[in-house]
Design a protein around this ligand. Structure first.
Ligand code: PFF
Length: 451
């Protein structure tokens, strides 16, 4: 049965849902360790420049494409130009690769949340707590399945009653929690040193190669963080009301997304520096920063358990609104393609998530010796989606908009309600020249320098 096209009920509902999608593990788990790795202030400046130019242009494109065609990502590209119909399935594949492993990490967050809320944060400080947990398939799969089920429940309720409602509740709490925890960290003795490390650029040893790596890392982070090149914003755009401003909404979504990433860095970087007695090397924990280093930091702080519990609630809320958007994108594809209702398509997608997610769970436990091109299964999914599929989708989207349907195709949609497209000049240059060149650089860099 085909259902009537759903839509968000209000402008703020759309913005909070799209910001909810954008603000996720990428902001809290990934951004701080990248900022720490790539020279603090320099990374921040490069990232912000990319958000307002590149990220802005791609997000306007995707939302407009969705709203103009009213279709899921598969239908949208075909509708724009039949010759680009092949791009839809490639873009559609991305959420099918990402959602399962994203929910596995969501399950890890749930485990930490439960541990801290139950007052057992001290347990999480032992060196093998994280390693021990992820290598036990039984436990990890339980948390993963509960997390995926929570995501599916929100999606089953639909765009207005599920996604919009949950975003309207969780997003304000998330902003307040993050500001509250950041203020708490800032008041701890020694926070100034950490703050300096985070915001002041470190030019020592900064070479052209390092600059290139920093730009490429910031670009990768931008895709991830702004939920671009994977059909999410096309899907959410297709639910956006025609009278709302795409340009203004895009600015607000990017602002919130960047703000929360910067605040997450303000929480994590100074606390790790304080904890390690000023040793910046402690920040090089990479992806383990949030799960391994941070619990020790909370343990060492006065009132750290409460801060730790609040922090993992924050992360769980951020992750949930993002996995909801990923699952919704899968659901929009399945329901459009197979003409299924919401409950049936959500069930199909949930099963796919569980089956594929179990591969990632097992990849860290019973099958830990299995690697694909040298990656563990979860890391492999992350690598092919972020480093290969997404830049290809973005590159071809730029070609489609810059040269085939022309930027006017997008501009028409942004000016539908009589407003002017203020950033039109910047947008045209970005879509025709700058974005495609950057995408090619992103795709080629891993062949020349180690990222
Ligand atoms: N933008 C969200 C985040 O930063 O966590 C959700 C997300 C979308 C993550 C797409 C990863 C991804 F590839």
């Amino acid at each position: 049965m085909e259902e009537k096209k759903e839509s968000f009920g209000s402008r703020i509902g759309f913005i909070l849902a799209a910001a909810g999608s954008a603000i996720g593990l990428g902001n809290i788990w990934r951004f701080p360790y990248l900022a720490a790795k790539y020279g603090g202030g320099i990374f921040l400046v490069i990232y912000i420049i990319l958000v307002v130019t590149f990220g802005f242009s791609l997000m306007v494109t995707e939302i407009s494409l969705g709203r103009r065609t009213g279709k899921s990502v598969i239908g949208a590209y075909k509708h724009a130009d039949a010759r680009f119909g092949f791009l839809g399935p490639i873009a559609a594949l991305v959420p099918f690769v990402i959602t399962p492993y994203y929910c596995v990490i969501g399950g890890w967050v749930l485990k930490y949340l439960v541990t801290f809320v139950c007052g057992q944060g001290a347990e999480a400080t032992s060196d093998d707590f994280f390693g021990g947990f992820i290598s036990t398939a039984g436990q990890t799969s339980v948390f993963f399945i509960i997390y995926a089920a929570l995501t599916a429940v929100v999606v089953i309720f639909g765009v207005q009653k599920g996604i919009e409602k949950v975003s309207k509740i969780l997003m304000p709490i998330l902003v307040l929690l993050s500001i509250g925890i950041a203020i708490y960290v800032m008041t701890l003795p020694g926070a100034g040193e950490g703050l300096k490390y985070y915001v002041l650029p470190t030019f020592a040893g900064f070479t052209v190669a390092k600059l290139l790596k920093t730009v490429v890392a910031a670009m990768g982070q931008l895709f991830y963080s702004m939920s671009l090149a994977m059909g999410i914003m096309v899907t959410y755009g297709s639910y956006m009301r025609k009278q709302d401003s795409i340009e203004a909404s895009t600015r607000q979504i990017s602002f919130f997304d960047t703000l929360i990433a910067i605040i997450a860095g303000l929480i994590i970087v100074p606390s790790v520096i304080i904890f390690s007695g000023g040793d910046a090397a402690a920040l090089n924990a990479g992806p383990g920063l949030m799960f391994v280093t941070l619990p020790k930091v909370f343990d060492s702080m006065r009132g750290g358990y409460i801060a730790g519990a609040a922090f993992f609630i924050l992360v769980a809320f951020a992750a949930l609104t993002s996995s909801v958007s990923l699952l919704e994108t899968m659901v929009s594809i399945v329901s459009e393609k197979f003409k299924l209702g919401r409950i049936a398509s959500t069930t199909v997608c949930f099963i796919i998530v569980i089956v594929m997610g179990m591969l990632s769970v097992l990849g860290y436990s019973s099958w830990s010796e299995v690697t694909i091109f040298g990656y563990q299964i979860l890391d492999f999914f992350d690598f092919i989606s972020n480093n290969i599929m997404m830049p290809i989708v973005a590159l071809l989207t730029c070609v489609l908009v810059g040269y085939i349907v022309k930027p006017e195709y997008i501009e028409d949609e942004t000016t539908l309600n009589g407003e002017t497209f203020k950033a039109k000049g910047l947008y045209n240059i970005m879509m025709k020249f700058v974005c495609p060149i950057f995408m090619i650089i992103i795709l080629l860099t891993p062949f020349f320098v180690e990222i």
